[in-house]
Design a protein around this ligand. Structure first.
Ligand SMILES: Cc1cc2nc3c(=O)[nH]c(=O)nc-3n(C[C@H](O)[C@H](O)[C@H](O)COP(=O)(O)O)c2cc1C
Length: 209
C-alpha cells in the first residue's frame, strides 16, 4: 500500500513540475527582432535577402520577427533644426521622424541588411541613423552584408560598425557576409549556402538570449 502511495506522490509531483515548466515557457516574452532593409532602389536585392533571412530566423521561438523597410517608411532627408543628440526628450519637428524613433525604441534587436555601394554602406542607411541618437544606445544589432564582388560588403559593414558603435549600439561580433549576391539564392529564394543559415541561427540566438 505504502509503495503505491509513494508512486502516486512522485507522479503528482512530476505533473506539477511539468505544468510549472509549461507556464514558465508561456510567460517568456518574445523579443521583437526587426530586419532592416538597407536599400530602397528599384529592383533592389535586399527584398529577396530579407525574405531568406526571415525564413531562417523566424524559426526561433524566442523571436517575433518583422521587416523594417526604409522604402515604405519614406524617411525624410535629415532636416531637423536641432540635432538629435541635443533633444533627449524633445520630439523632432517631423512626425515621421518621431514615428521612426518610436519604432526603434520598440525594437529589441535589429538585423541590418547592408548593401555594398562603392565600398561603403548606403546613404539611406546613414540618413536613417542620423535622424536619431539616443534610440541607438544599447540597441542590439547584427549585420548581413552583401555585394556583387567577392568580399560580401566587408568594408561597408566595417564602416557601419564604426558609426553605430560610436553612438553606443550593442553590436554582435558574428556577422554574415554574402559575396556574389546575385547567385546566393535558389529560385525559391532560399540560401544556396547552408552555412549562412547556421550562422543566422547563431546570430538570432545571441540577439534573443
Ligand atoms: C552605386 C553602387 C555601387 C556598388 N558598388 C559595389 C562595390 O563597391 N562592391 C561590390 O561588391 N558591389 C557593389 N555594388 C553592387 C551591389 O552591392 C549589389 O548590386 C547589391 O545588390 C546592392 O544592393 P541592393 O540590390 O539591395 O540595392 C554596387 C552597386 C551600386 C548600385
Amino acid at each position: 500500500m505504502k509503495y503505491w502511495m509513494g508512486i502516486a506522490v512522485i507522479c503528482i509531483m512530476g505533473v506539477g513540475m511539468l505544468n510549472a515548466e509549461l507556464i514558465n515557457d508561456e510567460k517568456q516574452p518574445q523579443k521583437t527582432v526587426r530586419i532592416l532593409l538597407g536599400s530602397t532602389r528599384q529592383g533592389r536585392r535586399s527584398e529577396k535577402i530579407a525574405k531568406a533571412v526571415y525564413d531562417v530566423i523566424s524559426k526561433n521561438q524566442k523571436a517575433k520577427v518583422e521587416f523594417l523597410d526604409l522604402k515604405e517608411l519614406a524617411l525624410p532627408l535629415f532636416d531637423d533644426p536641432v540635432p538629435p543628440f541635443q533633444r533627449k526628450t524633445e520630439p523632432s519637428v517631423d512626425p515621421i521622424v518621431n514615428k521612426w524613433s518610436e519604432t526603434i525604441k520598440a525594437t529589441d534587436a535589429l538585423i541590418i541588411l547592408v548593401p555594398d555601394y562603392n565600398q561603403g554602406y548606403s546613404a539611406v542607411l546613414k540618413n536613417a541613423i542620423d535622424l536619431l541618437f539616443y534610440e541607438w544606445s544599447g540597441k542590439r544589432i547584427a549585420f548581413v552584408g552583401y555585394g556583387d564582388a567577392g568580399n560580401g560588403g566587408t568594408s561597408a559593414v566595417a564602416q557601419l560598425r564604426e558609426v553605430l558603435s560610436a553612438i553606443g549600439a550593442n553590436l554582435l561580433v558574428d556577422q554574415l557576409l554574402i559575396p556574389t549576391v546575385y547567385q546566393a539564392l535558389t529560385e525559391e529564394g532560399k540560401f544556396i549556402n547552408k552555412e549562412y543559415e547556421v550562422l543566422l541561427g547563431k546570430m538570432v540566438d545571441q540577439l534573443t538570449g
